[in-house]
Design a protein around this ligand. Structure first.
Ligand SMILES: [Fe+2]
Length: 253
C-alpha cells in the first residue's frame, strides 16, 4: 500500500515526537503492508519554522531530517520507502509567498512532482476553499485535498464535494474518519464520498504510533467489505501510486 498523508517525520510538527516514535510508526506501517509513505509535514507560510526560515532554508532542513530518518530505517532494517511531501495550508500567506517568489514552484510537492497535498483551516468558508484551490490550479498545480470530510462547510453542504470532484481535485479521506474518530458527520461525509465513488484516496494522516497510527490493514479490509472488492486496491495502491508517479488518480472507481 501507499500512504500519501502522514506526519511521520520526527520533531517537525505535531506528528512523531521523537526518532523512536517515528521508527515505531514506520515499523507498524510496514508490518501492516505499507510499502511507501509520504512524510507530509504541516506547512503554514504564515507562522512557525516555515515562515521563520523561509522556504529554501526550510527545504534544506526538511531534507536533512528526511535523510536522517531514511538512514535510521535502513539501520533498523525497516522496509519502508519515505518520500517527500507537505500538507500545505492554503491561506493568504501561501499566495504572498508565491507572488513574492515570482515562480510557480511550490516546495514539497508530493514526491517532487506536480501534485500537492492541500489543507484548509477546518472552519474555512466555501468561497475561500474554492478560490484557494482555483488559484493553485491556475498555477498548474494538481491538487489532493486532505480530509474534505473534516471541513465544516463541506459537512454542512455536501454538494461542494461534487464541484471539487468535477474540478479535478482528488479527494483524500482519512482512515480515522471511517473509524468515527472525528465524529458522526465526518464519518457520514467520508462514507458518502466512498459510496458515490468520488473519493480518490484513503490515507492514514498518522501522527503517532498509538492513537493516530499509520496502520492501513484494517482500513483496507473495511474498504473491501463495504465499498467493493477492489476499493482498497484503487484507494490505497493504484491512485496514490499514480499521484506519486505524477499522473492522475482514477476518477471512476
Ligand atoms: Fe495531516
Amino acid at each position: 500500500m501507499i500512504d500519501l498523508h502522514s506526519h511521520i517525520l520526527p520533531g517537525m510538527d505535531d506528528g512523531a515526537a521523537s526518532m523512536d516514535d517515528a521508527v515505531e510508526m514506520a515499523r507498524l506501517a510496514a508490518a501492516a503492508g505499507t510499502k511507501t509513505i509520504a512524510a507530509t509535514v504541516h506547512g503554514d507560510f504564515s507562522r512557525g519554522r516555515l515562515r521563520r526560515l523561509g522556504s529554501e532554508r526550510y527545504m534544506e532542513y526538511y531534507t536533512e531530517k528526511l535523510e536522517a530518518f531514511r538512514k535510521e530505517l535502513k539501520k533498523q532494517k525497516i522496509q519502508l520507502k519515505v518520500v517527500q511531501g507537505m500538507e500545505i495550508l492554503v491561506n493568504e500567506a501561501l499566495f504572498c509567498y508565491l507572488r513574492a517568489s515570482f515562480r510557480n514552484s511550490l516546495p514539497f510537492s508530493l514526491n517532487g512532482g506536480r501534485w500537492v497535498l492541500a489543507e484548509f483551516e477546518f472552519d474555512v468558508s466555501r468561497g475561500w476553499m474554492q478560490e484557494g484551490l482555483e488559484r493553485l490550479a491556475q498555477r498548474g498545480w494538481k491538487i489532493v485535498l486532505a480530509h474534505p470530510e473534516r471541513y465544516d462547510c463541506i459537512k454542512r453542504d455536501l454538494d461542494i464535494l461534487y464541484s471539487l470532484y468535477d474540478a479535478g481535485v482528488v479527494l483524500q479521506v482519512n482512515k480515522g474518519s471511517l473509524a468515527g474518530e472525528f465524529g458522526q458527520r465526518a464519518y457520514r461525509t467520508a462514507d458518502l464520498m466512498l459510496r458515490e465513488g468520488i473519493a480518490g484516496i484513503v490515507a492514514s494522516d498518522a501522527h503517532d504510533p498509538v492513537l493516530r497510527n499509520p496502520e492501513l490493514d484494517e482500513t483496507a479490509d473495511l474498504l473491501n467489505l463495504y465499498y467493493g472488492h477492489d476499493a482498497a486496491e484503487i484507494l490505497l495502491r493504484k491512485n496514490p501510486g499514480r499521484i506519486l508517479g505524477n499522473s492522475g488518480g482514477d476518477r471512476n472507481r
